[in-house]
Design a protein around this ligand. Structure first.
Ligand SMILES: Nc1nc2c(ncn2[C@@H]2O[C@H](COP(=O)(O)OP(=O)(O)OP(=O)(O)O)[C@@H](O)[C@H]2O)c(=O)[nH]1
Length: 402
């Protein structure tokens, strides 16, 4: 990341011009990151990256501006400011993953790196200076790769893949620089290698700053995911809300009808829930509903679709479930609810539910509404027959009176 101007480097790679444009891009990127942080202040990683960007921009400016300090302290200060970006990138990544940061560790590492830079490399050895900064890159970016790998539950997100790719590339380029500094005999690079050092230095700069973009991307993707989840879920139980459940159920219904596959719909309604609310209050009632949702989640198979239909009514769609299977699942759920005995503070309650089960019969069920109607009638039948039971077969209508 540190350039030694050389007369052989063509004007297109003019040292100061490159630094000036790099400073401009860094400042612009930093501004974007800080704007996003202002928009979502919970994302402290963006603030850290913004601070890191400001410091790095100062680092490049110091190399550009004729400061009234000697060249060597100027280079040390410039190096220090530019190197600060990397531990801050580690800190930002940890913040993004919700992990704690150990500032003393970062301070100690940076101190060791700077001591190596000043005393082991010193003003006389350009190759050693490149070696030290390459090692710093490898160290910090390996940490970032390890961190991103730990956050692989979000591996489907573009930002994670991008961040991981950029971090891996950064390590690759830094390894190349380390090898160059190692293989070079003298304290300065040959003319051709100087050009390579400059190219790799610039690419490191761009790669690491693009990493800020990838973190921004991750933060944005997570925000989108959160908003989408909130729009799809019921706030109390985190099950699908009425609208989303109906969308999913409608798609499942058409698929099953088209393919001639089995499908069952379970309508579950808590018995005498009004009494729970009236006797213990709405907050206790809410907690009971939450625990009931957890129970349904725990009892359901992968592929089953669960939703809160409204109030104390829940729905479960069972794809590929035959009539017997649906009846077994419904009875298992009924039993699980009866044994749940939700605990709310000191209270231990007893609850039960009635379940209506409608199984898809293509000629009779033309649309999802007809399946729901049947499940609703069966649920009503279960309530009528004493509650805490499963109904799957409609009773014959009472004979019309003559
Ligand atoms: N705490 C709480 N109560 C709710 C919520 N949604 C609906 N309820 C309550 O659920 C109760 C439903 O009462 P009813 O429809 O009379 O049914 P029930 O008392 O369960 O009686 P049956 O269904 O006939 O066994 C009402 O007291 C509603 O206030 C909710 O989100 N939280």
């Amino acid at each position: 990341m540190f350039f030694m101007p050389s007369p052989i480097i063509p004007s297109i790679l003019d040292f100061k011009t490159t630094l000036l444009s790099t400073t401009g891009y860094t400042a612009m990127l930093t501004l974007v990151v800080l704007m996003f942080w202002l928009y979502n202040r919970n994302e402290r990683a963006l603030l850290t990256l913004g601070i890191a960007g400001c410091i790095a921009a100062c680092g490049t400016l110091i190399a550009y501006l004729p400061l009234p300090i000697p060249a060597w302290p100027n280079l040390v200060l410039d190096t220090f400011l530019l190197l600060l970006y990397h531990p801050l990138a580690v800190v930002a990544t940890r913040q993004l993953l919700g992990l704690r940061n150990d500032w003393r560790f970062h301070l100690a590492m940076l101190t060791i790196i700077m001591l190596c830079f000043v005393f082991w490399a010193g003003p006389g050895s350009y190759t050693r200076r490149v070696g030290v900064t390459a090692c710093a890159h490898i160290l910090y970016w390996s940490m970032i790769v390890a961190l991103l790998y730990r956050g692989r539950q979000w591996r489907t997100m573009m930002g994670y893949r991008l961040g991981l790719g950029l971090a891996a590339l950064t390590i690759g380029v830094a390894l190349f620089r380390l090898a160059m500094s190692w293989l070079e005999k003298g304290s300065n690079f040959s003319s051709v290698n100087q050009l390579l050092v400059m190219f790799t230095s610039l690419s490191l700069f761009w790669l690491t700053f693009c990493y800020s973009l990838s973190l921004l991307f991750i933060s944005y993707e997570r925000l989108l995911l959160q908003v989408r989840q909130q729009a799809q879920q019921d706030g109390l139980t985190q099950l699908y809300n009425h609208r989303t459940f109906h969308e999913q159920a409608a798609a499942m219904f058409s698929r099953s009808r088209q393919r001639g596959q089995a499908l069952a719909l379970l309508l579950i309604d808590l018995d005498h829930f009004k009494e729970v609310n009236d006797r213990y209050g709405h907050q206790v009632g809410d907690e009971v509903l939450r625990q009931l949702a957890d129970c349904l989640r725990a009892e359901s198979r992968q592929g089953d679709v669960l939703g809160r239909h409204g109030g104390e009514e829940f729905v479960v769609m069972l794809p590929l479930a035959s009539r017997v299977e649906a009846c077994n699942v419904a009875d298992r759920l009924r039993l699980a609810i009866a044994n749940l005995q939700p605990r709310v503070g000191e209270l231990q309650l007893s609850i039960s539910a009635s379940i209506g089960v409608a199984c898809l019969r293509p000629p009779e069920h033309e649309n999802l509404a007809s399946l729901f109607l049947e499940a609703d009638l069966l649920l009503y039948q279960a309530k009528r027959k004493g509650r805490n039971r499963v109904e799957i077969e409609r009773e014959p209508e009472p004979e019309a009176q003559h």
